[in-house]
Design a protein around this ligand. Structure first.
Ligand code: NAD
Ligand code: WQD
Length: 339
């Protein structure tokens, strides 16, 4: 029988792509999401892609009652926990909300899982746990450095899971540190929500290409990088989604906990991203060099060998794929449809 997986935050950007990858891999998947940061039509679009009905439960991961009901109604083999708040700047302004959702939500979920006897969890962590790392490409052994409350919630979240798996051999966790997710699903039915003014580079560039924003601000060109602009390890969201399938396979087959980077191992500068998107969209992309963004990291690039060894994970998609799929998605009918 197909293994059943609960996806918290499964209607969000990475969660929705992971839903599709898991269904493709033969898992039976249930989404649990509050829709705090997801569009209501995501489940319909997921159903359109898979040709199968989508099971969605609306609820908040901070509600033990809601979670007990979920685990009481069905049994699950594992949970992939995406549900969290993720805007770095907002976390500085509203730290309590970030601790509440990202840590309160995690511990509430873990307790509900433990009570139900479901003790396999994949956790969405982030390269931001490295702060400004001493070494790039950055290995998983680099020390924790918190730069903001959001990063703190990911560090403590990891520590909670490490303590739990150490205390109880029945528990196993896959901690996945994502680098910079980019791009959209090949169907152009699923992608990053384009409505709000984006903080992140790729969705911002996409909006400039669409003509909805005037120009890109390049945050500093005086970093110690080849062209002076910030360098990041952009990973196609479909590759990232596949990483979750491999992590779950490992947890369910061998019960082995792991902490791995999910990146490509290659970095691209802001100016390279603009050039790549220009080619994919065939649009002019005006930009201005501005001051550095406070708290920005010069270079984030993953050491990708541990994911290859432990999970057999390597990326397949290129930067061109990220830009062309983003452009196909943002110019599609699905991206324009209102809730
Ligand atoms: P997203 O906002 O698109 O998805 C998060 C989902 O969680 C949304 O569907 C939202 O409605 C839901 N959610 C939020 N609060 C909830 C709550 N209290 N209860 C239930 N559901 C709730 O974000 P994403 O980019 O898909 O990120 C998914 C995970 O990956 C997050 O944990 C994020 O911190 C982590 N992450 C994201 C990035 C990135 O750049 N996108 C990088 C590293 C790590
Ligand atoms: C990428 C590069 C910017 C916007 C953030 C979070 C991190 C993670 C991913 C969740 C940098 C430059 C950006 C713009 C620019 N999220 N830039 N003009 O900073 O790597 O990471 O998202 O875990 O925690 O901090 O991503 O896309 O914001 O920036 O020049 O308008 O683009 O300076 O060099 P970042 P980003």
């Amino acid at each position: 029988m197909a293994k059943r997986i609960l996806l918290t935050g499964g209607a969000g950007y990475i969660g929705s792509h992971t839903y599709l990858a898991l269904v493709e891999a033969g898992y039976d998947v249930v989404i649990f999401d509050s829709f705090a940061n997801a569009r209501r039509d995501v489940p319909d679009r997921l159903a359109q892609v898979t040709g199968k009905p989508v099971t969605v439960i609306e609820g908040d991961v901070r509600s033990r009652q809601a979670l007990d009901q979920v685990f009481g109604d069905r049994s699950f083999d594992a949970v992939v926990h995406f549900a969290a708040l993720k805007a770095v700047g907002e976390s500085v302004e509203r730290p309590l909300d970030y601790f509440d959702v990202n840590l309160g939500g995690l511990t509430t979920l873990l307790k509900a899982m433990d009570a139900a006897g479901c003790r396999r969890l994949v956790f969405s962590s982030s390269a931001c746990v490295y702060g400004i790392p001493d070494e790039t490409p950055t290995p998983e052994t680099a020390e924790y450095r918190a730069m903001n409350p959001y990063g703190q919630t990911k560090i403590v979240g990891e520590q909670v899971l490490t303590a739990l798996t150490a205390a109880n051999p029945d528990w196993a966790a896959g901690i996945l540190r994502y680098f910079n997710p980019a791009g959209a699903h090949r169907s152009a039915l699923i992608g990053e929500d384009p409505r709000d003014i984006p903080n992140n580079l790729m969705p911002y560039i996409a909006r400039v290409a669409l003509g909805e924003l005037d120009r890109i601000s390049v945050f500093g060109d005086d970093y110690d990088t080849p062209d002076g602009t910030g360098v990041r390890d952009y990973i196609h969201v479909e590759d990232l989604a596949r990483g979750h399938v491999l992590s779950l396979d490992r947890l369910l087959d061998a019960g082995d906990s792991h902490v791995v980077n999910l990146g490509t191992g290659r970095g691209h500068s802001v100016l390279e991203m603009i050039e790549a998107y220009k080619r994919a969209s065939n649009r002019d992309l005006p930009y201005t060099i501005t001051d550095r963004r406070p708290g920005d990291v010069p270079v984030y690039v993953a050491r990708a060998d541990k994911a290859a060894q432990v999970l057999g994970f390597t990326t397949e998609k290129t930067l061109e794929d990220m830009c062309s799929s983003s452009w196909a998605w943002i110019t599609s009918d699905a991206a324009r449809r209102e809730d």
